[in-house]
Design a binder for this molecule. Sequence first.
Ligand code: GRF
Length: 202
Amino acid sequence: MSNKVGLAVFISGGGTNLQSIIDCCADGSIPAEVRLVVSNKSNAFGLERAKKAGINTFVFVRKQFPDEKTADNHLLAMMEKHKVELIALAGYLKMIPPALLERYHGRIVNIHPGLLPQYGGKGMYGLNVHRAVIEAREKETGVTIHQVDEIYDHGKVLAEERVPVFPEDTPEELAVRVLKVEHRLYPQVLKEISEKIIKERQ
Ligand code: GRF
C-alpha cells in the first residue's frame, strides 16, 4: 500500500476545488490520494468529476437515516472503510457532526471565499459572500483556509490570501478571481498537512 495520505473531499456543488485537488494528487504535488468524495446532494456536478477520476462517491443525506446516531455511525464507517485520514471541505454546505469532529480532531479543513472572520457564518457561502463584499464597497477580499470546529467558519486559520475587488466587479466576476486563488492555495495547504501526517506516522 502507498504511503499517501487518505483524503476525503466533501462537496455540495460544482466541485472546481475538488478538481484542483484531484489533479494535484494525481500529479504528485499533494502526497495524498482522494479515496472518497462525499456529497449531500445527489446531483452535485462534483460527483461526476469524482467518477471520471475513478474515485468512490458517497451521497450522504442525513434525513434518510432513522436517527442522527445511525447517520453519524454510517458516515464514520465510510471513512474507516476508505481509510480516510484527512477531510477537506470544498463547498460543502452542511454542518460536520460532532462525532466526525471528534474522530478527526484537527484533521478537517475548509476553504472560504472571503477573509474570515468577516463575511463568514451561516448563509455566507458562494456568491452571497461576494455580493456582501461588493455591497460593503470593500477594496479587498480573499481566501481563508481553516480548521473546522463546531461553529461555521470558525476554526484556526491555516492560510489566507488577499484578492483585490474592483469598483465595477459583479459577484460573478469576483468569484472567478477568488476561485483562481482557491485552486492554488487549497492544494498548497493540503500538501503541507499531508506531509505533516506522513511525518507523524514515522
Ligand atoms: C468555493 O468558493 C469555496 O470557497 C466555497 O464554495 C465554493 C465551492 O466552489 N466554500 P466549487 O464547488 O469548488 O467550485
